[in-house]
Design a protein around this ligand. Structure first.
Ligand SMILES: Cc1cc2nc3c(=O)[nH]c(=O)nc-3n(C[C@H](O)[C@H](O)[C@H](O)COP(=O)(O)O)c2cc1C
Length: 312
């Protein structure tokens, strides 16, 4: 019997395969369409303190091997999410795994406020499915100059520490790949009190309609995801694993079990399927089956044993 269980910084996952934020709604939308029993966690679309309208249309554009999106973090706001979506997810989704609540904000205080709301909800019966909080640090720090929180290690450390003091849930920090060296960011997460890291967020990108000489996206720029970002994710996981013992949830172009296995061998403890779900909602379940098959063929007793097993 192969052990597919993962403990991601305190988050108990029955499977090493999760789904990534922004590609699976609030977890409820895929109910009935997907076999949740093979999922280790569902990451909800990012939420902030209050509702947010997102960016002007068009918001996405397909490119060779990927997708450029600029949804702009449209969302219901923490109150509605916690009072409506989370109870719905917990009571009506069959075999629902723990929910990872993805949090964003325009200031450190906003992150901490949302984290505290999520923490309080997780201690109620209706919020019992909340298993972890994940900080999306790739959005602009409105109060302090507009640079993304995740682009300055000192700011990142303060942000993680503030969220840490607001919640006792397992705290995952989601890192972006567009930094010259990940190590200072990993240290900031460690020092701030993170329990785990996730990576990669989308890569800044832009597409131009040459006939109109205008950007295709209403927001002008967006974030690249999908197959084409996968090697970037593998490299970032490899770099982070060499720098830290924190557990890693890896995402970025996972379409097949082979993609997931690469990330696990590079050092990830678990993986999440993102953009691939849009073309095939059963991708995560197929990835789970493929990992189990690989472990069986190679006589490896557990997915934990494979993690970080890269031969050098
Ligand atoms: C349409 C869309 C919306 C996303 N929304 C969020 C979000 O709200 N919060 C977040 O942290 N990441 C968000 N992401 C990033 C994904 O969770 C994931 O990190 C990234 O897309 C790389 O994985 P993939 O190539 O498998 O999609 C979004 C991605 C897409 C494509």
């Amino acid at each position: 019997m192969i052990d597919m269980h993962v403990n991601l910084g305190g988050l108990e996952m029955r499977s090493p395969v999760a789904v990534a934020s922004g590609t699976f709604g609030y977890g409820t939308e895929y109910s009935g369409a997907v076999d949740f029993s093979k999922l280790g966690a569902v990451t909800a679309k990012g939420i902030r303190v209050s509702p947010w309208p997102g960016n002007p249309m068009p918001r996405h554009c397909e490119v060779p091997g990927g997708l450029v999106n600029a949804i702009g973090l449209q969302g219901a706001g923490a109150k509605q999410f916690l009072e409506m979506s989370v109870p719905w997810y917990s009571s009506r989704v069959k075999n629902a795994p723990p929910l990872i609540v993805n949090i964003w904000g325009g200031s450190i205080e906003e992150y901490a406020e949302t984290a505290a709301m999520v923490d309080a909800a997780s201690k109620t019966e209706k919020g019992a499915k909340i298993g972890a909080a994940e900080l999306n640090v790739s959005c602009p720090n409105v109060k302090e100059g507009g640079h993304a929180f995740g682009q300055d290690p000192a700011v990142l450390e303060r942000l993680v520490a503030a969220a840490r003091s607001a919640t006792s849930l397992p705290l995952i920090v989601k890192l972006a790949p567009n930094v010259p060296d990940v190590v200072p960011y990993v240290r900031a997460c460690e020092n701030g009190g993170a329990d785990a890291l996730s990576m990669i967020n989308t890569i800044p990108a832009m597409v131009i309609d040459v006939e109109k000489r205008r950007s295709v996206l209403g927001n002008t720029t967006g974030g690249l995801s999908g197959r084409c970002v996968h090697p970037v994710a593998v490299k970032m996981v490899y770099d982070c694993r060499r720098a830290t013992g924190l557990p890693i949830l890896a995402m970025g172009g996972v379409y097949t079990a082979t993609d997931a296995l690469e990330l696990i061998i590079a050092g990830a403890n678990a993986v999440a399927v993102g953009t691939a779900t849009f073309t095939d909602p059963s991708t995560a379940a197929k990835v789970y089956d493929g990992i189990a098959d690989y472990l069986g063929r190679h006589s490896i007793a557990s997915v934990a044993e494979l993690s970080g097993s890269l031969e050098t």
